[in-house]
Design a protein around this ligand. Structure first.
Ligand code: ADP
Ligand code: MG
Length: 592
């Protein structure tokens, strides 16, 4: 998703806040809109968690429950002011999310969804069965919200407060997604491996999304409790969780506006069904769930992205969102590169077995600063696997890798990245819907520090300016300045590889690993790439280059390492390797 087109949802929320004061609006509509607003806040949290972060939660209503029960207990039993109870409610829910997340977020895909389902069921019965929570009767006598001496009991006031809350949730979520921490969350779906290779702490980003969604749900729960003035377990059960998920998905889980749309549609539809189904089908049965299921399947068949993208297209005649980059921003501090010729990478006896298959079988080579080493060999020789071993993406079965004298064994990808190792991927790994420049900015992740709180409060703007100025500079350097605001997946595959190089350069690398960067490039693009790599070599960057274009790698590399079946077949200057009979036999011969 792009954080840009937000003005409409914000205006909608703000406009809604004023609506009930129009004369003649039926109270019934006001109540319905209250429920829409509360649900929209939960659904906006699910946009971050599910639509953007790719984690499905069937337990979101429990977090609503934490918020609602916390404020209910504080208000009804201890007479605490709702405004004082608010931070406590949010903190209770955040703490619960941290705990639940710690044991659940290690699961992925369907297992994670099942995990949240289990939590949802367990927490519902906890609310319903413990005396502390008032069992099935719940807790009554919750104070209304008040401002000064004025109790906001008029339904129109609850409405205004709720929709201001929606506006706040929308704004906070936009701020979060458009930030360093937000890019980490946005990279989780599809780009987690690449993000980790640029220093993103992906488990932490998952946790952030989970806790953020839980806090928004708790905020909705707080509003709900003071709106209803009483709570009971029913609205915090599995059915409710499924409805929230339905809202996000039907509206369009990847878009903040989709959450608002989905909340409105599902709430109104639910209301209509409760009215009409008994008339049509009699009173004995809960047919809404069946109808909901059918509607969900239909919507997903017709529009897998939900309904929001269709609506958003209506005002797309306006210019696309452009990120303003401050070209005058000072450059980020750079690390001192080692003197040319200093050994950077020393690989000894490196091995990797996949079951019985020896992908890398005892490999030795070295790369020095200011040197381009070509790693070549036929398909399946083990080159990409070697890259994964060097960057901490995969664990070696044996042997050692030293980077600037330091052993890399056991370090995760993000720690290797922090040392100054940047890479590109043979199979391009960019975050598809995200713009080119935002993808490139992920490369500079470790050169910024702002966290989620500064994102929410927008105190990260100065740092963001620096990071994006750096991203723009690297994009210009690889010749893709024009493409900055295009979605990354709209570029040709060859250009996406170049975007990956710009992202790698944003890390300010000591060692650059490029896996078939010239594949899919036209002749003049290859020449430009060769010129860029030559310049980097002059600066003192160490480069390890996997490439199938022999002319490209022969003219560029100082040295070649030839692999076949996981072992080193030959090593030396390109001319010598070219004449090596073993190489001609195993590799070049077969190509010729
Ligand atoms: P190259 O990049 O030189 O073409 P790779 O490193 O991709 O070769 O693959 C080397 C060998 O290891 C191939 O036989 C490949 O099928 C195998 N291989 C690579 N990754 C995996 C994996 N994750 N699981 C099992 N086998 C793998
Ligand atoms: Mg490969």
């Amino acid at each position: 998703m792009r954080p840009g087109p937000l003005r409409l949802p914000l205006l909608l929320a703000a406009g809604c806040a004023l609506l009930p004061w129009l004369p003649g609006l039926p109270p019934y509509w006001i109540t319905l809109a209250d429920y829409i607003g509360v649900a929209a806040i939960v659904a906006v949290g699910l946009v971050v968690l599910t639509g953007v972060g790719g984690m499905t939660s069937f337990g979101q209503a429990s977090f609503l429950g934490f918020g609602a029960y916390a404020t209910a207990i504080l208000s009804a039993r201890y007479g605490v002011s709702p405004w004082l109870a608010l931070p406590v409610s949010l903190a209770v829910s955040a703490a619960a999310a941290l705990l639940i997340g710690a044991v659940t977020l290690r699961l992925s895909g369907h297992y994670l969804a099942l995990g949240t389902l289990a939590w949802g069921v367990a927490l519902y019965y906890t609310f319903a069965n413990l005396d502390f929570f008032g069992r099935n009767d719940g807790i009554a006598g919750i104070a209304p919200l008040h401002v000064g001496g004025l109790a906001l009991v008029d339904p129109r006031w609850s409405f205004t407060v709720i929709w201001l809350g929606v506006g706040l949730a929308v704004l906070a979520t936009r701020n979060l997604l458009d930030s360093r921490a937000g890019r980490a969350i946005r990279a989780l779906r599809g780009g987690a491996l690449a993000a980790a290779s640029f220093g993103v702490d992906t488990p932490r980003a998952r946790m952030l999304a989970f806790v953020y969604a839980a806090v928004l749900a708790a905020f909705a729960g707080w509003l709900y409790a003071h709106l209803q003035r009483s709570v009971n377990p029913t609205p915090f059960g599995i059915n409710a969780s499924i409805e929230y998920l339905l809202m996000a998905v039907v509206g369009g889980a990847a878009h903040i506006g989709g959450a608002l749309l989905g909340a409105a549609l599902v709430t109104v539809f639910n209301d209509l069904l409760q009215d009409w189904l008994p008339r049509l089908l009699g009173h004995q049965g809960n047919y809404e769930t069946i109808v909901f299921g059918a509607v969900l399947v239909l919507v997903l068949q017709a529009s897998p992205q939900g309904l929001w993208p269709h609506l958003a297209r209506l005002w797309r005649w306006r210019a696309p969102v452009r990120r303003v980059v401050d070209a005058a921003a000072p450059p980020l501090p750079r690390r001192a590169l080692p003197a040319r010729g200093t050994p950077i990478l020393e690989v000894a006896g490196l091995r990797k077995n996949f079951g019985g298959l020896v992908a890398v079988g005892g490999l030795d080579f070295a790369v020095a600063a200011g040197e381009i080493v070509g790693l070549i060999g036929p398909n399946g020789a083990g080159k990409s696997t070697t890259f994964n071993l060097l960057t901490g993406v995969a664990a070696a079965s044996g042997g050692s890798v030293r980077f600037q004298g330091r052993p890399l064994a056991g370090l995760p990808a993000r720690a290797v990245a922090a040392l100054g190792v940047a890479r590109s991927f043979q199979h391009v790994r960019l975050v598809a819907g995200m713009s080119v420049i935002e993808n490139v900015a992920i490369g500079a992740h470790l050169r910024g520090h702002a966290g989620a709180f500064s994102a929410l409060l927008r105190t990260d703007r100065a740092e963001e300016t620096l990071l994006f100025a750096e991203a723009a500079r690297q994009l210009a350097r690889v010749g893709l300045a024009e493409a900055a605001d295009r979605p990354a997946d709209s570029l040709a595959l060859g250009q996406q590889r170049i975007v990956e190089i710009a992202r790698a350069l944003c890390l300010d690398p000591v060692l650059l690993l490029l896996d078939e960067p010239a594949a899919g490039l036209r002749h003049h693009e290859k020449q430009a790439l060769a010129a860029l790599l030559t310049r980097l070599r002059e600066e003192g960057v160490a480069i390890l280059l996997v490439e199938h274009d022999m002319e490209f790698v022969m003219t560029l590399a100082d040295r070649l390492v030839v692999m076949d079946f996981g072992t080193k077949l030959a090593e030396g200057p390109p001319e010598a390797v070219r004449r090596d009979p073993a190489v001609i036999e195993a590799y070049l011969g077969s190509v010729a």
